[in-house]
Design a protein around this ligand. Sequence first.
Ligand code: ADP
Ligand code: MG
Length: 680
Amino acid sequence: MTRLFNNINKLKGVGEKRTKLYEKLGITTPYELLHHFPRDYTDYTQITAVIDAPINEYSVLKGTVVKKLTEQRARSGLMIFKAIANDGENDFLIVIFNNYYAFNELRVGKEYYFHGKIVGDLLKKEINSPHIISGDSKELFQPIYPLTEGLTGKMIQTNMKACLQVMESEPIEVLPNDIIKENNLCSLMEAIRNIHFPQSKEMLDRAKRRLAFDELLKLQLGMLMLKGRNKKKSAIKMDGDANMGKLFEAFPFELTNAQKNAISEINADLCLDVPMNRLLQGDVGSGKTAVAAAACYFVYLNGYQSALMAPTEILATQHYNTLSQFLGPLGVEVCLLTGSLTLKQKKTVKEQILNGEIGVVVGTHAIIQKSTIFKKLALVITDEQHRFGVAQRAALAEKGGSPHKLVMSATPIPRTLALIIYGDLDISILNELPKGRVKIETFAVTGKLRERAYNFIRERLDEKKQAYIVCPMIEDNNNDLTAVTSYAQALQDNEFRGYNVGLLHGRMNSADKESVMNDFRNGRMDLLVSTTVIEVGVDVPNAVVMMIENSDRFGLSQLHQLRGRVGRGKAQSYCILVTDNANEEVKHRLRIMSNTTDGFKISEEDLKLRGPGDFFGEKQHGLPQLKIADIAGDMELMRITQIVAREIIAEDSELKLPKNSGLRIEVIRLFGGSGENSLN
Ligand code: ADP
Ligand code: MG
C-alpha cells in the first residue's frame, strides 16, 4: 500500500515538469490524482448526423475518413490539415490546425468519432479541431478535467491510466463491507475506474453515487467526532436556579415564544458540565441579541464572565450599546474592546477583565481572541457566524479552557443543510418575528424610476424617518469607491439638498465609521449611502427605506440581509431594488424578493440558483471542499449518510476499530487542512 502514496513523479510518464503542473492542481501523489475527478464528460454515444448538426455548435459526428488532403500553410504560418470523411449519408470536412500528430494518426478507410465545433454552411459542413477517438473505442464517455496551463486532458488521461494500474495492484477500499452491501454501493475501485473512464451512463451514475456517499459520510463522521470530543471536555456548570425575572421585566418588549424557547435551551446547556456548543439561527430581525443578553445575564447571576464577539467594529459597538442598555441597570458591568481604543484604554479594560470587575466583554473577534485574559470566563458568543468558518469556531473553543459556546447566525439555511454545516453544533431556531412587525413592501424598478424613488424617500424623511441607499462594491476597488463617494455627494448637492446625507464604506477608518453610524443611529443623519459594510446586523429601527442600486449584482441571501436592515420597528418599511440589467435570471431573483420575506424560503431558492459552492463559499462555511457530492441536490444521500455516520460513531466514536481504519485515514485527510479543526 505505498506506491499510491509515493510522490507523483514516481508514476510512469510523469517527469519533473509535469510534477510541477500537477502541484499547481494540488496533486502530489497518484492517490490524489485518482481523486482529481472530471468536471464533465463528452458523451460520444450522442452522435449527430452531419445533416442535423447545427452550425456554430459542438457536436459528435461519427464517420469514415475518405481522403486526406494536402496540408496548407496559412499566411500566419499556421499549418492547416484537412481530411474528408463520410457519416454514411453525407461528407464533412475535418479541419485540424497545426497538430500534425493528430492528423497523421488518421487512417483512410477507418471510422472515428469526432467531437468539435461545426462550422461552414449547410451544404459543406466542417468540424474544427475535433477531439478524435477511434470508432471501435469502448470509452465513449470522455472525461473533461480541470486543467492548468501546459497540462492537457490527454496527458491527464494517460497518467490516470497508469494510476489505475497501480491501484489494481494495490487494492483500496475504505468502507466496511456491510455498509457497502446495505446501501447498494459499488466498490471504491469500480467507482474510481468509472468516474474517470465510464463504461456507460449507468456505471457513471453508480460511481458518482458511491463517491458522493463517501464524501458526505466522511464529512459527517468528522463533524460527529468533533462533537464527541467536545462532549468529553469539561466546562463550568451554572446553577439553574438563577432568577432571570428582572431581565425579562427590563426588556422593553415581550419576548417571542421562539426567544423564550431558545433561552431555556441555552440555559439548560449552561447547567451541564460539558461545554455548550450551540447555534442560534434566526432570520434577520428575529431578536437574537436579546437572547444573547439573556445568556450573559444568566452567566452573570452565576458569578461568571461572558464575551460577545462581532465581525466588525460597527456591530461590536452596536451590541455594546444594546447590552449596556439591557444589562447595565441590573448591575452588570459591560465593556467594549475594539481596535480603535487607545492603548491606555485597552490596558485599563483588560485589567478589569482580568480582575473580574467586568461581567460582559463585547468586542471584535481578533481583539478578544488575542491577548485578553479573563478571570472566570464561562461563555463565548459569536455573532454572525456565517462570516467565520468551522476552523475559527474550533479556535475559540480553546480560549480559557473550554467555555460554553453560542454562535449566532443570520443566514437562515434549511435545517438538513444546517445539520451538515453545523453538524458539530446543537441548533436553536428563532422561527418567529416579534409581534407587530409589518411586512416590508418590496419593489423592483429600473433606473428610469429613480427620480420617483428619490421622491418617495424624501417623503419618508419628511416624516422624520430614515433611509439607506446601498451601492455594490464587488471588489475593494478604487473605481467603485469613487463611484459611491461621488454618488453620495451628488445626492447631497441635488436631490437631497437640505437633508443630511452620510457615506459609509469599508475603507474608512473605524473612528470615522463609528461616528457616521452614531449620527445615523441618533437621527442626526437622514440618509445613509453605503457599500455592503452595512449588510450584517446593523439595527436602526427608525430606518424604513432600503434602496439597492445595481441590485442584479447581489445574490438572494445578500439582498435579504440588506433588506433586513429595515422593517425592524413598527412602521411600514420599503425595499426598492433598482436594476437596469434585468435578464431572466435577475428577474426571477427580484421576483422572489418581491414575493417573500421568509429568509428560509429565500435561502432555499438561493441554494437552488447558485449551488452550495457559491452559496457558502468554502471560506464561509469553512468545511472541507466537496468534489462530487452536491449538498443541495443530494438531500436523500445526505439523510442516509447521516444515519450511517451516527451508527458508526455510536459503535466506534474515534474510528479505532480495524474495519473503520480506512475511513479514519480518510476523515483525517479530509479535515486535515482545516487547521484548528483538524482531527489528528
Ligand atoms: P437579529 O436577530 O437580526 O440580530 P436584533 O437582535 O438586532 O435582530 O433585533 C432586531 C430588533 O428587534 C431590535 O431593535 C430589537 O430591540 C427588537 N426586538 C428584539 N426582540 C423583540 C421582541 N420580542 N419584541 C419586539 N422587538 C424585539
Ligand atoms: Mg444581529
